[in-house]
Design a protein around this ligand. Sequence first.
Ligand SMILES: Nc1ncnc2c1ncn2[C@@H]1O[C@H](COP(=O)(O)OP(=O)(O)OP(=O)(O)O)[C@@H](O)[C@H]1O
Length: 393
Amino acid sequence: MPSHRKPDMPLPDQPTGSGTDIAGDALGGVGRSTTAAGANGPAAAGIDLHIRQLSKRYANVAALDAVDLDVASGELVALLGPSGSGKTTLLRVIAGLLHPDSGRVLFGADDATRLSLRERNVGFVFQHYALFKHMTVAENIAFGLRSRPRRRRPDKATIARRVDELLALIQLPGFGNRYPEQLSGGQKQRVALARALAIDPNVLLLDEPFGALDAKVRVELRRWLRRLHDQTGQTTLFVTHDQDEALELADRVVVLKDGRIEQVGTPDEIYNAPASAYVFDFIGRANRLEGRIEDGHFQAEGQASRLRAGLAGNMPAQLYVRPHDIALVAADAGLRAEVVAVHRRADRITLELSAQTQSRLLELDLPTSSDTPLPAIGSAVGLQLQRYRVYPG
Ligand SMILES: Nc1ncnc2c1ncn2[C@@H]1O[C@H](COP(=O)(O)OP(=O)(O)OP(=O)(O)O)[C@@H](O)[C@H]1O
């Protein structure tokens, strides 16, 4: 998977030089007074976060375009969108790594827009294990606390206790003396998370933290992260382009497109009531039929049957339906289609169908245990759409 690292994004790969200073701030800022309170149990949740009309342009690209977003204290929110939709830019503006052209970032009631990275006290975890290679796990976790100015720095014993609590929290007790190279990828990311949490951040910002790991470890870690979040109650923003990850992990999902928010909702709302054709298409597999809305019904091109549209007016429209929401019916009922191909997979059988005059093929899923006899390739079938949505345009 390609690196999502941006050229001007400081990363704490090497704890020398200016990059380290900035990274140290990112991981160990001092804006919020921190006690070395226990990391077990739902400790101090982060604060609530408010984004107001944030915009950021690069040449002729609007990376963020008048974005508004409210994140409640203790919420885990996923920023989801394809490459280039503005996810990382939004995270970096919230962190103070990047200044917006206009708009405001509020931490609780406080305007943080002009605050430095250090003053914001955010925890940041990147896709690539940005651990300091020559420091032990314990030293990595303690880094943010140790880099504080003397008057705000907890004493050595308190830091050691905090490190032990965090090692227990990330389920790596006894790993404190290891070096990063002695850890698996997933373990490194857990340590990176502990390091971000050590400073008791206002907000935890995670940029594709599991993006470089293999699929199985990713799934394990996102479930682990959800359990951890339930323990810590930390306000968290999580960037991903993986729909499953967002839907499984988050309390709410923000779908971004070209620097704008397309929809904000719970995973159920995003999956079951996509606000636009874009969201429907982006979340899960989707079929599209071209047609028109006429008298409250959708009339697909080249089809005789009409479907309730739930929209008034008379205009071009598109109908979206998921492959598992289509049933096979008699060839002279429902939408008319012809079977083009049958694909068998371990968990389902997918029929590829051509509906008259529609430019795109449709897909229909049957469970592998289905009693329905499979239609032959080239045969005519009828399709009944059980759940679908119609969007104008
Ligand atoms: N430093 C930069 N200079 C010029 N354009 C940039 C810069 N950083 C980001 N962009 C552009 O801003 C837009 C948003 O980029 P951003 O990195 O926020 O997207 P993203 O959703 O995080 O994508 P990805 O998933 O690929 O990381 C893109 O069009 C990108 O090319």
